[in-house]
Design a protein around this ligand. Structure first.
Ligand code: ZN
Ligand code: ZN
Length: 174
């Protein structure tokens, strides 16, 4: 949805607060699609900060569907998105490169979903786990090591220990 920021961008010291529903169904992060399971309304405060410029402050809460990075179990990932962005009215910035940093603006219009998506992608966690100590799945047979054990040999010998073992074995042969 679009929010018209003409009033805030063109009136000095103008402050406008509003609440809106985000029309977000899913987000794509690193090529993976995550559905939005729940979302709060988005709270916005738009503040004029000078001729043709404004500050956007906003926050919202989302719950996304994701998979545990270790065991692939479905996880509900909760996220508080909180942001502050400076925007310029069209043709008002001395340095035109600022417009590249506001791809969520279309003239005087703010594209709410575009802005939210860019904030969600930047604050997406590096790792998502079903629980902090998830043991993951066996890389050989696929057993979920949280609920069972398997007989696969996943032991990787330490090369230094292997060298000591060689010395002992050489001794035995004498
Ligand atoms: Zn897990
Ligand atoms: Zn196994």
């Amino acid at each position: 949805m679009f929010v018209n920021l003409t009033e805030v961008l063109t009136n000095e010291d103008r402050v406008v607060s509003m609440q809106t529903e985000a029309q977000l169904r899913e987000v794509s992060v690193g090529g993976e699609l995550h559905s939005v399971l729940a979302s709060s309304p988005v709270n916005f405060v738009f503040t004029n900060t000078g001729k043709g410029r404004a500050r956007i402050e906003g926050n919202a809460e989302f719950v996304f569907s994701a998979g545990c990075d270790r065991c692939l179990k479905p996880v509900e990932e909760r996220m508080d998105v909180c942001f502050t962005r400076e925007v310029w009215a069209p043709d008002m910035a001395a340095d035109p490169s600022v417009y590249e940093e506001q791809p969520f603006m279309d003239g005087f219009q703010l594209d709410v979903e575009d802005l939210l998506i860019s904030e969600i992608v930047t604050s997406w966690p590096m790792k998502i786990l079903c629980k902090p100590d998830c043991k993951g799945i066996c890389p050989i047979c696929g057993t979920d090591l949280n609920t069972g054990t398997c007989k696969c040999d996943t032991f990787v010998p330490d090369p230094r220990m292997a060298a000591i073992k060689d010395i002992f074995e050489a001794d035995k042969e004498v």
